[in-house]
Structure formats: C-alpha cells, structure tokens
Design a protein around this ligand. Structure first.
Ligand code: NAD
Ligand code: ZN
Length: 348
C-alpha cells in the first residue's frame, strides 16, 4: 500500500493529467478503497475525446474510470458488512435509494444516480477512492481483481439478456462484437442460448467472438440493412428470436429489426445517434418488441456468481495491461481500437 493518491483526471476535452490528490476519508456507510484494477470503457475515451456524452458535459475536472475492483482499506462509521482487507468489485452507480424507481427495484433509472466518471461525479482511476459499502461486492478467493473489474461490463450483458428474455434454447443475434457485444455473447451462452450469431465490420473482433463461443459470425460489408438481415437469416436458418444490438450504428439497428422473427425482441444496448430512423412499421406489424437498456440493475450478484462458478470466463477479454502511471498510454491504446479490454493496475 502507498500513502500518495495518484489520480487520472480529465480536465477538459483532450486533457488528462495524472496528479497526486489527498486520500479521501470514508463517511458513514462508506469504505475507503485501495484501488486495484480499472478497465477502460468506451465512455471514458469518449469523455476524453469529446468532453461530453449527450447531455452529460464535463464542466469541471473529473476523475475517470468506473470498471473497478479494490481492497478495503478503511471502514466508515456503521459499516458492518465489510472488513479491512476484503477484496471487492465496485458497482459504480449509487442511487438515491428513496425515489419511486429505487424503491421499486429499478434503481438504474434513478434521476439522482451518482455514477462514477459520469459528470459531475468522479470515477475511481486512482490509488484511493471512497464508495458506498453496499455497492461493493466481496470477491471470493478464486475471482481475481481483473475479473472483479470486468463484472461491470459483464453486468451490462446480464441486464441486456434479462431484458431480452434470453433463456434455454434461445436463438440469439448479437450486432457488434466490441467488449459489450462479447459480454452479451458470454452471458447468452451461459443462459443456455442454443445458437448465437454475432456480427461486426471488423474481422479481428469476430475472431475473438469465435473463440468465446459464437455459433456463427458475420462480417458486415453491405450498407443495406435488409441485405444484412437476409445474410443473418441464411446463416441461422431462420430469423433470430432475440437480437441484442451492441454497435449503436444506425444500419445495424435497422438490421436488428429486420433480422428478428415476428413476436421476437430487439434489445437496444448500443448508443449512437440521438435520433435514428428505424423500420418501425415493420417492427409493429410483426409485433417485434423494442426494448432499451440503461446500464444494469441488481446484476452484480449474478455476474459475480457466473464468474465465481466458472460458468463464464471473462479473462480472454483482457488484451492490454498498463500501470496507473501509464494511464494516458492505456487511453491511447483504447482510442486506436487495439484489442478488446485495456486494464489499468492502480496498486503499486
Ligand atoms: P465498441 O465501439 O468497442 O464496439 C462496437 C462494435 O460495433 C465495434 O466492434 C464495431 O466494429 C462494430 N460495428 C460498427 N458498425 C457496425 C455495423 N454496421 N454492424 C455490426 N457491427 C458494427 O463499443 P463497446 O464498448 O462494445 O460498446 C458498444 C455500445 O454499447 C456503445 O454504443 C456503447 O455506448 C453502448 N453501451 C450502452 C450501455 C447501456 O447502458 N445502454 C452500456 C454500455 C455500453
Ligand atoms: Zn432513486
């Protein structure tokens, strides 16, 4: 352990600095965490490159990072569920706990959500960080800190598959084989999907998808969504029952609808253009449900159980590793689109 608090701060668009900050003290119900592993997410890179995502604008310096695991280093007043030395995964969004959405169990929709590295809230790409104890999940000995950090994107897969109703025997199409498409692939397989077809425009990502258990892959070359849907149908022998769109690309969203069977479901995970033209009449007259997802809700325990039991192996997603000191290099690597998941080791 160290007694300085090196921290990766986004000052403004294009400007990340590493600085020593004071070590934060845990308040009531909180724990101080000695950060271990933080994965870089596309949103971290987007804030760095563009200074905003939709209505979320970086107006003041913000600490980056939200896919994280840590070692508990101090307990705040009243914390009884954790002890110093516990290894934990950090669920990065802490909701208000009292509004209608929180009370009805859909806390991901809470308007007062404080989510790491979504402005104005700081993330945890630092040596020390403080978080609500009840949003820290104790890792069993057989789950590494890297795997603990990957519970964050894996939870997106768990939520998307839940929303789509992926279950035993499901025939699933996943559009986009980035980290989010791949965690959906892992989750769909673990849920018992009998066939998973995954698309991408990038052959190297499809190669990874094959090694992770994709039944079929399709390299998208046509800009015509109906043609791509036809190709999917030819590969799968029929339209998909459930399609999970994980690219955010407009033509891919259109393909998702055309490639889903009547009465099926399209889950929109990818976030691209704010306004997208979709074949909505086609979806309506075929009763194809279109469902959005926002992050995840009550999914960390499931994601952890999947990894701890060996049902899902997230380790192959990690392609690059950097130290906290080299955070900027890590961000540059992600920006270049190299590999899949870039991890930063925060502890010395
Ligand atoms: P990514 O950019 O690494 O992956 C997207 C993949 O889609 C890439 O591999 C890209 O080559 C592929 N692609 C692009 N155009 C395509 C097309 N026409 N057809 C098929 N594939 C195509 O991003 P990621 O980290 O995997 O995240 C995926 C999306 O999920 C992003 O839009 C992100 O914002 C979104 N996301 C949403 C939530 C949510 O809560 N809804 C949570 C996390 C991420
Ligand atoms: Zn709330």
């Amino acid at each position: 352990m160290t007694d300085t608090n090196l921290t990766a701060i986004l000052y403004k668009k294009g400007d990340i600095k590493l600085e020593d900050k004071p070590i934060p003290e845990p308040g009531p119900g909180e724990v101080q965490l000695c950060m271990q592993q933080v994965g870089i997410c596309g949103s971290d890179v987007h804030y760095w490159q563009h200074g905003s995502i939709g209505d979320f604008v970086v107006k003041a310096p913000m600490i980056l990072g939200h896919e994280a695991s840590a070692l508990v280093s101090k307990l705040g007043e009243g914390v009884t569920t954790l002890k110093v030395g516990d290894r934990v995964a950090i669920e990065p969004g802490v909701p208000c706990r009292t509004c209608h959405y929180c009370k009805s169990g859909r806390y991901n929709l809470c308007a007062d959500m404080k989510f790491c590295a979504t402005p104005p809230y700081d993330g945890n790409l630092s040596r020390f960080y403080v978080h609500a104890a009840d949003f820290c999940f104790k890792l069993p000995d057989n789950v590494s800190f890297e795997e603990g950090a990957l519970l964050e994107p894996l939870s997106v897969g768990v939520h998307a598959c839940n929303r789509g109703g992926v279950t035993l025997g499901s025939r699933v199409l996943i559009c986009g084989a980035g980290p989010i498409g791949l965690v959906n692939l892992l989750t769909a397989r673990a849920n018992g999907a009998s066939e998973v077809c995954i698309t991408d425009i990038d052959e190297s990502r499809l190669e990874v998808a094959k090694t992770l258990g994709a039944t079929y892959t399709l390299k998208v070359t046509s800009r015509d969504p109906q043609e791509v849907a036809k190709q999917v149908e030819n590969i799968m022998g029929d339209k998909a029952e459930i399609t999970i769109e994980c690219s955010g690309a407009t033509p891919s969203i259109q393909t998702a609808i055309y490639a889903t069977q009547s009465g099926g479901c399209v889950v929109l995970v990818g976030l691209g253009q704010a306004d997208v033209t979709m074949p909505i009449v086609n979806a309506s007259v075929r009763e194809v449900d279109i469902r959005g997802i926002f992050r995840y809700v009550n999914c960390y325990p499931t994601a952890l159980a999947m990894v701890a039991s060996g049902k899902v192996d997230v380790k192959p997603l990690i392609t690059h590793r950097f130290s906290l000191e080299d955070s900027i290099k890590a961000f540059e690597t992600t920006l270049r689109g190299e590999g899949i998941k870039v991890m930063i080791k925060c502890a010395r």
